[in-house]
Design a protein. Structure first.
Length: 268
């Protein structure tokens, strides 16, 4: 099984991209590490920024996100403020060279979005005609590069749902072989990875509660480190303590006055 098969995918995904010369270069960029200049012979065949009609853009068939959310808010933002960051795309030919047999998924689109699927969905809802794009076929050098860099970038998106983030990290661990290697690729600590991976050890009921936002992520990550049979009780205990702290918090920023002592003959 190739790394690409291990990574799997879902309807769409986001990733940040600029010209690359190798997978190592892409990891360096996404983790914020220094990158060696690419030799002239390794220059990207197709790279540049231009405006492209929405009808020529396709969402990518691979994505760590289960679904795109807040599309209406994105549409409103694009209508009132415009788009600040161009979408990152690869050409249809480059994508199909890395993922043969996916023609049906792309329709007649000439470009596949790597970073900016939510912006594309918002632009479609807003009725825009075109969007600025950055073309970088180096992202499609092979299936592993395309998927791994997309997963790394998706994890770094702050609006990625906690469980989607944990699932993306799990796929990266399957590719890289260890949490430490994934942490290095992301520019994070091993503890940061371990904490987020704890969500995948929650019982299905508690994972659903995280998705429904009825269980705070901070509590869920702590409880996920416990055996399954202890998790429900631990959640109830943690939520009760959070409620107690909230009830005890003074209003208006001033400490509550202690109760006044009752007047008795001994007080005079």
């Amino acid at each position: 099984m190739s790394k690409a098969d291990a990574l799997g995918g879902s309807p769409t995904f986001d990733a940040v991209a600029q010209p690359l010369s190798s997978r190592a270069a892409s990891f360096a960029r996404y983790s914020g590490q220094a990158e060696e200049p690419a030799p002239a012979a390794a220059a990207v065949a197709t790279a540049g920024t231009s405006r492209v009609e929405l009808s020529k853009l396709s969402h990518n068939p691979f994505n760590p996100r289960e679904e795109l959310k807040a599309i209406e808010e994105m549409a409103d933002s694009l209508t009132t403020r415009g788009i600040i960051q161009p979408l990152t795309v690869v050409t249809r030919q480059a994508f199909l060279a890395a993922h043969p047999g996916r023609e049906t998924d792309l329709g007649s689109a000439e470009f596949v979005v790597v970073d900016g699927n939510r912006r594309l969905a918002g632009a479609t809802m807003a009725g825009l005609d075109e969007l600025p794009v950055h073309i970088d076929d180096a992202l499609a050098d092979d299936p592993d590069t395309l998927l791994e860099t997309a997963l790394i970038a998706a994890v770094q998106h702050e609006d990625l749902d906690p469980l989607d983030e944990a699932k993306a990290l799990q796929r990266l661990i399957e590719v890289h072989g260890s949490q430490r290697a994934v942490a290095r690729a992301l520019g994070k600590s091993s503890g940061w990875v371990t904490q987020r991976m704890a969500l995948l050890k929650l019982t299905p009921e508690l994972q659903q509660a995280v998705e429904d936002k009825t269980l705070p992520v901070e509590v869920a990550r702590s409880v996920g480190k416990l055996p399954a049979q202890q998790q429900q009780h631990a959640v109830q205990d943690a939520l009760a303590k959070r409620k107690q702290r909230k009830d005890d918090k003074p209003r208006g920023g001033y400490p509550r006055n202690p109760p006044r002592p009752q007047a008795t003959p001994g007080n005079y």
